[in-house]
Ligand binder design. Sequence first.
Ligand code: HAM
Length: 417
Amino acid sequence: MKQKIKALRGMPDILPEEARIWQQAEDTARAIFCQYGYEEIRTPIIEETALFKRSIGEETDIVQKQMYSFKDRGDRDIALRPEGTASIVRAYLEHNLGKILPVSKFYYIGPMFRNERPQAGRLRQFHQVGAEAIGSFSPYLDAEVISLMMKILKACGLDSTELKINTLGCAKDKKAFEQALKKALAGRLNCLCEDCVKRYERNILRVFDCKNESCRQILRAAPKIIDHLCPGCRNNFSQIKTMLASAGIKYIITPSLVRGLDYYTGAVFEVSHRNLGSQDAVAAGGRYDNLIEDMGGGMTPACGFAIGTDRLLIAAKDNIKAKKAGIDLFLIGLGDEAQKRVFSILTDLRNKGISCQMGLDEKSLKSQMRLADRVEAKRVLIIGDEELKKGRVVLRDMENKSQKEIRLEDVSNTHLW
Ligand code: HAM
């Protein structure tokens, strides 16, 4: 036998039984997006590498360590998308989508790629259900985006989530805070871990992601962004908090929440769940008021979120039940003539919207009945060559195990099914 080829590490298959649950979750999300006025957008999985470098940031872990980027046969630098926001912004600018409505609201569902070390809840091909709302500074939009995210999580069966929120202030506040932090940590560099020393030089806010207890202790005494906000940003953040409270959404203010992508300014948030262990973020997002300008557009505020579907389904697994697969009818033909007739009935009923299947290679009635059971057929129609001549067939109800004869000509009556 030839050697079998396996799927790549961290890029699992989603098999039919599981895919049913995925469909349910995605359908739930779609219905809620529709209710909030968000429209689907589908962008390519591969983009120019420069798009992600410029938006997510050259110095971020995603760009430095995790992006699948390579040269294609035309010597172009391209990358598998590590997230959705950059592509949505590119499409928004490329197609002038801002001309249609004052606030453009998009959602997307699809795979993303990051070359991280695979572990439970951390994959190399993972999936996001995300939303981006582009065109308003209003804190109502932040509140809407957060409430939309929380609503989808809940509707998909996720209880007991923890929503952490913070603000990075406007670009000016963020810069001022980075400088204050640099100044405060300058004398403590010899006490920080090697990684934090690098972060200090290249992307100082990332020090807040350090898991090292000694670094964390130093950071507990470090300046907080909340104390470096301009009056406008302070007022904005307090309005968002008020609106979340009025929508009944509980949150925890988390000054160390800075997010791993450079494009954020203003409110940022992350949702975690205790079922997820060390990879506990199930969804995250925030404002990115400067990104569209940085990508070549005019000054256009925006905010959004992405839910990690793989993690959502791990965390909610005890609360989600896949709908039964099942079919309306299984047709059994015993004999060549009967089998031909079964095929034409099958075609007719399928055209009328009835879900049905027929046995193919199974010869005996017993093996066909076993198959009907396995595909969870509600009813079985048994047609033998003899019955065919008499114009009568046997209809068996698989739930109550009763059986009766019906006229062949009645089979195509959909009210029967
Ligand atoms: P992110 O925090 O990088 O944000 O990813 C969002 C979510 O995707 C995470 O909370 C997590 O659930 C899931 N995720 C990320 N990496 C992995 C992985 N390797 N394996 C499994 N799940 C993963 C963004 O991507 C931003 N684009 C969100 C956003 C939209 N901000 C504004 N708009």
